[in-house]
Design a protein around this ligand. Structure first.
Ligand code: ZN
Length: 314
């Protein structure tokens, strides 16, 4: 028996046929035709799924469900809202049921499905409750409670990246100030490094050598590399990043007390720097400091988490 997982991103759509062990046995993809609109995207997905089934001679009766991870949220009436795709209350579930009347159709936020995949087959395997935090351009969150994804009463929950955890020198894309993702994303690291380097009397920094003096070229990898060279500015940027990461995780522990907090996304490649001392930093901020609390681990499924998680939504 197989299920199909579809990971819809802002630029590309990844589709996989997944077996019961969470292994992607066939995969294909297409680009996301945002300009073509909702109907074009659905028709492209339809084409790719029919092609995978045909090319691999899969008996359609062997496929249980098609699940989708969306870069936005799906409300309780099955309507999808995705800013990057210009989707505002599009009739997602009904349209897909009309396109694929032979299969069960399910959908959830992309970070939520990635969290589900980690909980079933990845870093949080064998746990009943876990939270995935994805540290990338922004910060995403996926909450799993008793083995099921949780996105709240109205579908708009688990937006961990928009927990407000302090005052910051720039506003979040969502319009608020002080969101977790404005302290702990790659964007946050870049902006804070640029701010420190622009200050009067800023010390000289390896970051400037690596970006050839053009601070608009700084990326998070440059800052982590400079940190490894004991660079003063990089150490300040990473110290701030980790301080707020610890505060954010402490808020999650205080609220949900999950068994596992998994860290994924592009920044998790620097796991040596991120995990070093992090658990003790979190302990300083939690309420019950003498009790055991969540294991803090690095996510293991990488970019496949979206496809795998979408395939097990049923
Ligand atoms: Zn925000």
């Amino acid at each position: 028996m197989y299920n199909i997982g579809v990971d819809i991103g802002g630029t590309g759509i990844k589709i996989g046929v997944v077996d019961c062990e969470g292994k992607i046995v066939y995969r294909d993809q297409c680009s996301t035709d945002v300009k073509g609109g909702f109907d074009k995207i659905i028709s492209d997905i339809d084409g790719v799924i029919r092609r995978i089934i045909k090319e691999n001679s899969i008996d359609a009766s062997q496929i249980g469900s098609i699940g989708f991870g969306l870069p936005g949220y799906i409300d309780k009436n099955g309507k999808a809202n995705c800013v990057n795709l210009n989707w505002k209350k599009v009739d997602f579930i009904n349209s897909l049921k009309n396109t694929f009347p032979e299969f069960d159709i399910l959908a959830e936020n992309d970070a939520t499905v990635a969290g589900l995949a980690e909980s079933r087959f990845g870093s949080a395997k064998n746990s009943s409750s876990s939270v995935l935090i994805t540290l990338g351009t922004g910060v995403g969150g996926g909450i799993v409670i008793n083995g099921r994804p949780f996105s709240g009463a109205h579908g708009v929950g688990s937006e961990i990246g928009h927990m407000i955890i302090g005052e910051n020198f720039y506003d979040c894309n969502c319009g608020n100030n002080g969101c977790f993702e404005t302290f702990c994303s790659a964007t946050a690291i870049i902006k804070y490094a640029q701010k420190l380097l622009s200050e009067e009397n800023a010390p000289t920094s390896a970051i400037l050598d690596m970006c050839k003096g053009d601070i608009s070229k700084i990326d998070a990898k440059i800052v982590f590399d400079a940190y490894r060279q004991d660079d003063q500015i990089a150490k300040e940027v990473i110290a701030r990043f980790k301080k707020y990461l610890a505060i954010g995780i402490a808020n999650i522990v205080n609220t949900l007390d999950p068994e596992v907090v998994a860290i994924g996304g592009g920044l998790s490649k620097s796991s040596d720097i991120i995990l070093d001392g992090l658990k003790e930093m979190v302990r300083e901020h939690i309420t019950y400091k003498d009790e055991e609390f969540a294991d803090i681990l690095i996510a293991t499924l990488g970019n496949d988490a979206g496809i795998i998680g979408a395939s097990i939504l049923k």
